[in-house]
Write a protein that binds this ligand. Sequence first.
Ligand code: S6P
Ligand code: ZN
Length: 188
Amino acid sequence: MKVLEPEVIHHIQGGVLEGDNAEKYTKYYKEVKELYSGRREDDPVVYEVYSYTKGADVLGNLNWGLTVLKPVLIDSECNMTKGHFHVNKDCAEIYIGIAGEGLLLLMDEKGNTWAEKVYEGSLHHIDGKTAHRLVNTGDRDLKVGACWPTSAGHDYQAIQDKEFGYRIYKRGGKLEFAKRQDHVDELR
Ligand code: S6P
Ligand code: ZN
């Protein structure tokens, strides 16, 4: 029997994904500056996303991902990912907190917005109809693993059309949740 080395290694303790088939992209502040209410003059890295898959065009196959969200503040607003719905609403996703502290901001199709705390070992099942965005509320990198179907697709436009209901700020070490002007919580 052949015993093969894995194609990709996820260095859980303090590392990232490593291997020829691991992909990575880096998001800089200026690419996503419209996400935040305030502005910065510099252009720091705001997050990095690593991913691994095989046979992305085969229905039922999965992606594994790692998001590294930097602990930067933009005029007191906590750093966040763009956030998205899945194009295919049948495709759920699982997140696992690996390091750091944050919030998983969730929003249903009506715009109801709530959050789950994210920290080492926290597990999050994200329904296929629920938009999701990570927010780093801590002082170090927030690392979150993710597993989702290759057929999910990302709908970013729906978030631009109807943003998550809350912004999250950190002032004097304390979190503040600011409801967006047009937002009405119906369920929570
Ligand atoms: C993919 C999964 C994550 C995000 C990543 C960046 O379904 O949810 O890998 O892509 O956290 O977030 P975003 O919203 O910029 O794609
Ligand atoms: Zn997703």
